[in-house]
Design a protein around this ligand. Structure first.
Ligand code: HEC
Length: 163
């Protein structure tokens, strides 16, 4: 094959794969089950977590412009699916208090160890980068969270007491 031919075929393939679009819809969000209602974090903790984690670990994913370009879009969708399978800030309220405590503990660990947010993400999303002081603040708060202090699970495990 000539070089020109290889180039043409590659270009055609790149065009063709654009036909395979990802699903960018989000499931409906129930605010009662969200991190904010369930864990009642201070405003700073909430805004840092929303900025650094929610695009992958919640049902409020906002897809960037490059999510329109295959094959990057496929990788992105794969990351979001994987992330939500492990941890979803939008549905923490389905957990019983023990599991909730454990889940927030794993989030603390990922943040403290610098595993999350993923480097491939902060590279494109500078607003999601955490300073070491912010990491320490988040990890400390998440680790010291106790479900009963927010009334969570006091009546029915896994149920939020409305106030
Ligand atoms: C770019 C998407 C993305 C962002 C942003 C992101 N994560 Fe993740 N997260 C993932 C993926 C993908 C996985 C599953 C694969 C893995 O562990 O690497 C994961 C896994 C996890 C897990 C489960 C780890 C385990 O061992 O089970 C926790 C907890 C977690 N993330 C917390 C967070 C927190 C907290 C933030 C924000 C500070 C965050 N993530 C930001 C994509 C993301």
């Amino acid at each position: 094959m000539t070089r020109k031919r290889i180039l043409l075929i590659s270009a055609a393939a790149l065009l063709l794969i654009q036909l395979i679009r990802i699903d960018k819809s989000n499931p409906p969000v129930d605010p009662k089950l969200d991190f904010k209602a369930v864990a009642k974090p201070p405003a700073e903790v909430l805004s840092l977590i929303r900025e650094a984690c929610y695009n992958c670990h919640s049902d409020e994913t906002q897809y960037p412009w490059y999510s329109n370009v295959a094959p990057v879009s496929w990788l992105l969708k794969y990351h979001v699916n994987e992330a939500k399978e492990h941890f979803n800030f939008s549905t923490l309220g389905v957990l019983n208090s023990e599991d909730l405590k454990w889940a927030l503990g794993t989030a603390a660990k990922e943040i403290r160890e610098g595993e999350m947010p993923l480097n491939s993400y902060t590279w494109m999303h500078p607003e999601a980068r955490l300073t070491s002081a912010q990491r320490a603040l988040l990890a400390h708060w998440l680790d010291s969270f106790t479900p009963l202090s927010t009334g969570y699970g006091a009546i029915n495990p896994g149920q939020i007491i409305s106030i």
